[in-house]
Design a protein around this ligand. Structure first.
Ligand SMILES: Nc1ncnc2c1ncn2[C@@H]1O[C@H](COP(=O)(O)OP(=O)(O)OP(=O)(O)O)[C@@H](O)[C@H]1O
Ligand SMILES: [Mg+2]
Length: 401
């Protein structure tokens, strides 16, 4: 008889998708965001009648329901406008995954275009950024009355200023002639607009929407509304309350709650346990914490990981308040790591660029300190997260490891 590879595997999950971060739930499972959804609806309302909606900037700490709420409300808006006979196109860009302005414009153009309806072809490469914009405008005009462009994690895009500027000016200078455009930027950096060029801020003329953290009780309700991700009876008593309490420890973070909830189920499966037990929660919490660092580090090139690993190794070994880490020390250790791997090290100047990038991604911070009389100044590096957790995350992304 042929072997049944799947026969012996069982799972506590009935519908695991429901506890994945990107899953967009229905209204009855969205808890405690009524005010935020209503205020977004207010800003976007004109689009239901074919008019230009307000541009929006949505802020709030990680896991406060920004991405979910914006995806949900824009979908509802599209349906409502459709009932009124207007076509709304939605483009969603996760800016942390978009490498350049051109890349973002290609993603936007492809989502808003339909070659059967527009006669516009959007190639993968081969045009200038300006030409891609031209094609995007043409597709929008041909197909939609209103286009909504959601730029999620906008602060992580290297060209956010240019993108926002060009998109918010699309209505002028005959770029869009038969349609209008609304931009929704999402960020978990409250001071993000401080970084924007004044001209961008004024042409964006946006409405701001602030998402506060959840209470432990709201987190509990959010999880309870996803219980049917699991088979009946597999969740032990008190699991949702425990996960909610842990996720509210720093501040009410639904992303962390969802991650811990999902991991607790995965750990149950790994242990071939029929139920999700309280004792799995601590490990699930550890995995969720490690994930936060891993998510950022996994996007970096290998030499950046080596540099961060060097900083973390130095930080793990000493009291950095008293004895801070200098760029030179990090570079020396990085060189040693390269020689162990038999890789040729990058120049110190290039490593400084990588550190600048790591600072942009908020993995480290850098400060200039006076080094004492006649010694000039030196740059001090501080690791943002826990050194041990950072080292663990670096190990996980190492090639051939
Ligand atoms: N009010 C809510 N009701 C139900 N589920 C929620 C709610 N808020 C968040 N969630 C769930 O929690 C997880 C994180 O939410 P979301 O991705 O929207 O957060 P975010 O504010 O965009 O965070 P980040 O800044 O980290 O991207 C998702 O799985 C989402 O479905
Ligand atoms: Mg988000």
């Amino acid at each position: 008889m042929p072997k049944d590879f799947f026969g012996g595997i069982s799972s506590v999950f009935k519908d695991k998708d429901m506890v994945q971060i990107d899953y967009v739930v229905d209204e009855d499972r969205i808890i405690g965001r009524d005010e935020e959804l209503e205020s977004l609806a207010q800003s976007l309302y004109p689009a239901t009648n074919g008019s230009k909606p307000s541009n929006c900037l949505v802020y709030g700490k990680p896991g406060t329901g920004k991405s979910l709420s914006v995806k949900f409300i824009t979908q509802k808006l599209k349906e409502k406008a459709g009932e009124n006979g207007y076509s709304v196109g939605i483009a969603y860009v996760d800016c942390s995954q978009s490498s350049s302005e051109t890349d973002a414009v290609i993603r936007i153009a492809k989502q808003l275009n339909d070659p059967d309806l527009s006669d516009v072809h959007i190639p993968d490469t081969g045009l200038s950024t300006g030409q891609f914009y031209q094609r995007a405008w043409k597709a929008m005009d041909a197909i939609h009355d209103i286009s909504l462009i959601i730029l999620d994690e906008i602060d992580k895009h290297h060209a956010y200023d240019d993108l926002l500027m060009t998109l918010s000016r699309a209505g002028e200078a005959n770029k869009l002639t038969d349609s209008s455009l609304g931009v929704i930027g999402i960020s978990n950096k409250p001071r993000f607009t401080d970084k924007l060029n004044e001209r961008t801020v004024s042409s964006l003329g946006e409405r701001r929407h602030v998402f506060p953290p959840y209470t432990a009780n709201e987190l509990k309700k959010i999880l309870e509304a996803r219980k049917d991700a699991f088979y009946d009876g597999v969740l032990e008593e008190g699991i949702t309350a425990r996960v909610a309490a842990l996720s509210a420890r720093e501040y009410g973070d639904a992303r962390k709650a969802m991650d811990i909830f999902r991991y607790a189920g995965e750990i149950a499966n790994e242990n071939q346990s029929e139920t999700v037990k309280d004792e799995f929660i601590d490990e699930a919490f550890e995995r969720a914490e490690r994930d936060e660092i891993l998510e950022v580090i996994s996007t970096l090139p290998h030499h950046s990981t080596l540099v961060i690993q060097s900083v973390a190794a130095l930080a793990a070994d000493r009291d950095t308040e008293k004895n801070p880490i200098t760029t030179t020390e990090a570079y020396n250790l990085y060189q040693r790591k390269c020689s162990i791997e038999e890789a040729s090290p990058l120049s110190e100047r290039r490593v400084r660029d990588l550190l600048e990038e790591a600072e942009f991604l908020e993995i480290i911070t850098r400060n200039t300190k006076a080094a004492g009389k006649a010694k000039g100044s030196r740059t001090i590096i501080t690791l943002v997260d826990d050194p041990e957790k950072t080292l663990e995350a670096c190990k996980l992304v190492e090639p051939n490891d």
